[in-house]
Design a protein around this ligand. Structure first.
Ligand code: ADP
Ligand code: MG
Length: 616
């Protein structure tokens, strides 16, 4: 048989390598910023257009390149940063593979202008899809400017795979945050579609954090320092009370390089254990300085995952350092520990002395008479928060048949339609009653047996349909706040809020100004209490970051889902009889009754037959 193995031509090899290095515009941004840092720049400018799809430019005032180096830098495995394999074990630079420029030039139109301090004239090179179009001498400032246009122009499949400009832009912003945080001593500017987004002067770490995440982030920070032989730890954690629904502000830097480490993350979480509400995430900005020889950055081409030699020790030191800071800065005693609901005395029994049980009989009691029930806020046994009653959840939420509370005694035959709730002529069968099991399920009888409703999922369904309706018909009722709230968000979060502002207004939020300095909330949907606003917004942003909605329907859908999830009654909450009944009525008045908005079963039925079979 003839020989069939061929060496791939360079431009093909480069394209393949590009697949590893360049996943999206943000990867290009990362590589170019890192090259500028390796070139010892003190000022770096990042300019992007259309989420980086049309243009990414990084301008630095670093050491620049000679004409020959400029040309060579685009060759694969061309690097000035390591000479021999051993150098890999003592890395002080960001790059070392010599792949980035070759990869980028293989899949985009690239222009480089560069000049060293010694040269008076610089170099201007144009490359398109690995092909050098031109190389000329040029009068350019000292340093390097890299311009990357039309990313993936020659790989349509990859280009089509890119997300919307907004999403790609968000990835770029994340990358920018990471690099800018790792290098506070370098000044950075970031322009997006012609507008200046960040202008970060050279600073210390704390001020850099504050410049990026907004003025109000300053008060949240607690310093962490630890100096051991294995590792030097510095940086900040956010006070536990600022723990967020989203994981946004969690940064580890190892030797000035942003890294991801689920293992070390776990160490930090361990230190916060018991100090933050379940489902919230603490923020941290932690720098670990270790001996470069004890860390292997080589394991991943994009170099965010690293391997430390002595991870266990690092884990222990980190955890205790964070704990120490939490203690030292008096964060722990100031905390308001959440009470365990299970330990709480039931509302009705609170402040009551011990007394002999009394028996009283209502002689006028008639089981067949429909009893008029009053909505009595003072007597509710619904203890979600002190400020909110179940009844609030329903005010202004539209017109589900929940006005029918007064007739709830007949719900089996009247308020409910659907086959399982067949009307019965037997009066004894229509005495609707509910019962809460393990603060989780509402049980009620039906003609054929009983229904077991998952309270949280059922409420999610009810809220979801209401919110969706409100968004669609734009008829939400909002309550004006006496004093507008001023909430602070990072600039990335503010961008997201701007994107979903219209829909937020449709469900009842009223905003004043929304900008980097803060978000002014003047009104909220009736179901949201003032103290919940920040949490709700954070959840919305977190969800929106996770799953980006492309069209307006999915945006509304997501918003309704998030609000439903955040505001619904949870497992573990005690509901009084009336709330139980209202929930049952409302669930079965929904368009879809069997599934929660997250496609989980809302209820099951157990028939008399099922029960009989168990007693055989
Ligand atoms: P690596 O960074 O892994 O060495 P790159 O492909 O990113 O590989 O860059 C190749 C080489 O080009 C670098 O080693 C460096 O010598 C040079 N280079 C790249 N960008 C710059 C820059 N902004 N300023 C000066 N030199 C640069
Ligand atoms: Mg590089």
């Amino acid at each position: 048989m003839a020989d069939i193995i061929r060496l791939l031509p360079d431009h093909v090899a480069n394209q393949i390598a590009a697949g590893e290095v360049v996943q999206r515009p943000a990867s290009v941004v990362k590589e170019l910023l890192e090259n500028a840092i390796d070139a010892k720049a003190s000022e770096i400018k990042l300019i992007v257009k259309d989420g980086g799809k049309t243009l990414i430019q990084v301008v630095d005032n670093g050491i620049g390149m000679s004409g020959t180096d400029a040309r060579l830098s685009f060759e694969r495995h061309a690097t000035s940063k390591i000479e021999k394999a051993e150098d890999l074990f003592n890395l002080n630079t960001k790059g070392f593979r010599g792949e980035a420029l070759a990869s980028i030039a293989a899949i985009a139109h690239v222009e480089m202008m560069t000049r060293t301090d010694d040269d008076e004239i610089g170099t201007h090179i144009k490359i398109e899809g690995s092909k050098v179009i031109s190389q000329e001498v040029a009068v350019v400032p000292k340093g390097t400017s890299m311009l990357v246009k039309h990313l993936f122009f020659n790989i349509p499949a990859r280009r089509n795979f890119l997300k919307s400009d907004q999403v790609e832009f968000r990835h770029i912003t994340d990358e920018f945050h990471r690099v800018a945080l790792a290098h506070p001593q370098i000044s950075f500017c970031f322009y997006n579609n012609g507008g200046e987004l960040f202008n970060l002067p050279e600073n210390d770490f704390r001020k850099r954090i504050v410049h990026i995440f907004g003025r109000k982030s300053n008060e949240k920070l607690v310093p962490v320092t630890e100096d051991t032989q294995v590792v030097k730890i510095s940086g900040f954690i956010q006070k536990p009370e600022f723990a967020k629904k989203s994981r946004g502000e969690q940064f580890f830097f190892a030797n000035n390089r942003f890294i991801k480490s689920p293992y070390l993350h776990h160490a930090v979480l361990g230190a916060f254990d018991g100090l933050i509400r379940p489902g919230t995430h603490p923020g941290y900005f932690l720098c670990l300085d270790v001996d470069p020889a004890s860390i292997d950055i080589n394991i991943h081409p994009t170099k965010t995952e690293v391997k430390f030699d002595d991870e266990h020790t690092l884990y222990a030191i980190l955890k205790s350092a964070v704990k120490h800071s939490l203690g030292q800065f008096n964060v722990i005693p100031a905390l308001d520990f959440e009470q365990d609901q299970n330990l709480e005395t039931p509302y009705n029994y609170k402040d009551k002395g011990i007394s002999l049980p009394k028996v009283s009989v209502n002689a006028a009691f008639n089981p067949f008479q429909v009893v008029e029930q009053k909505t009595n806020v003072g007597q509710r046994n619904y203890v979600k928060t002190n400020t909110k009653g179940w009844e609030n959840l329903y005010q202004g939420l539209g017109t589900l048949e929940n006005e029918g509370v007064t007739s709830n005694m007949e719900f089996e035959s009247e308020a409910i339609n659907g086959s399982i709730f067949n009307a019965s002529n037997d009066p004894l069968d229509t005495v609707g009653t509910t019962f809460q099991l393990r603060k989780k399920y509402i049980i009620t009888t039906i003609k054929s047996g009983m229904v077991v409703i998952n309270q949280s999922r059922a409420h999610q369904r009810v809220l979801y349909e209401n919110f969706l309706k409100n968004i669609t018909i734009k008829e939400a009722v909002s309550q004006q706040l006496l004093f507008p709230l001023s909430l602070s968000f990072s600039s990335g979060e503010v961008e997201i809020l701007k994107e979903i502002r219209e829909n937020l207004c449709a469900v009842g939020f009223v905003f004043g100004t929304i900008d980097e300095d803060g978000v002014e909330v003047k009104g909220v949907p009736v179901v949201v209490t003032e103290s919940e606003v920040q949490m709700v917004m954070e959840q919305l942003i977190a969800d929106y970051q996770m799953e980006v909605a492309v069209d307006s329907f999915s945006q509304s859908d997501m918003l309704a889902k998030t609000l439903a999830k955040t505001l619904s009654v949870k497992t573990g909450e005690v509901l009084d009889k009336q709330s139980q009944m209202t929930l049952v009525n409302d669930l079965f008045a929904c368009k879809e009754t069997t599934l929660s908005p997250f496609n989980k079963r809302t209820y099951i039925t157990i028939t008399e037959n099922d029960l009989d079979r168990k007693f055989i």
